[in-house]
Design a protein around this ligand. Structure first.
Ligand code: RP5
Length: 154
């Protein structure tokens, strides 16, 4: 059963999101992937978000470019943690998405990671940290990864 819901605003976001999926796979975290546009299909976003917890989802990773309202709208319909990834898909190269995601009004938080590949990977690592509180296997896998970083002399 998937623990992480990965949601993106457009099919065109797929390539940018691959690093997230790769890291989740490497850490042995089950996930599902959905493409739902917050502006083209807001009702679907609502229904999807409302059903996540009862389906066993524990963390939502939501990626969008441009005005990037998807993470915030998902967060408005659930109290599960939402991690937003600002994508560099517009003329503003993700600065717009970053500001949108990071500037949520008080009370409805969205955790924002960086623009680009580092952010896409970190969303998965952050999800692992959250899930690692409850799941020893995920914590072990993530801690192994972190230990390996110490020998990385780049
Ligand atoms: C956002 O706008 C999507 O996340 C994507 O990054 C960007 C362009 O997507 P389209 O709606 O043009 O497919 O909503």
């Amino acid at each position: 059963m998937p623990l992480v819901a990965v949601v993106m605003g457009s099919k065109s976001d797929t390539e940018a999101m691959q690093p997230t999926l790769d890291v989740l796979t490497q850490l042995g975290i089950d996930y599902e992937v959905s493409v739902i546009s917050a502006h083209r299909n807001p009702e679907k976003v609502r229904q999807y978000a409302l059903a996540t917890r009862s389906r066993g989802i524990e963390v939502i990773i939501a990626a969008a470019g441009g005005a990037a309202h998807l993470p915030g709208v998902l967060a408005s319909w659930t109290t599960l943690p939402v991690i937003g990834i600002p994508l560099a898909t517009s003329e503003l190269q993700g600065i717009d998405a970053l500001y949108s995601i990071v500037q949520m009004p008080a009370g409805v938080p969205v955790a924002s990671v960086a623009i680009g590949t580092a952010g896409a990977k970190n969303a998965a690592y952050l999800a692992a940290e959250i899930l690692g509180i409850k799941y020893d296997k995920i914590r072990d896998a993530y801690e192994k990864y972190r230990s390996a970083l110490q020998g990385d002399s780049r």
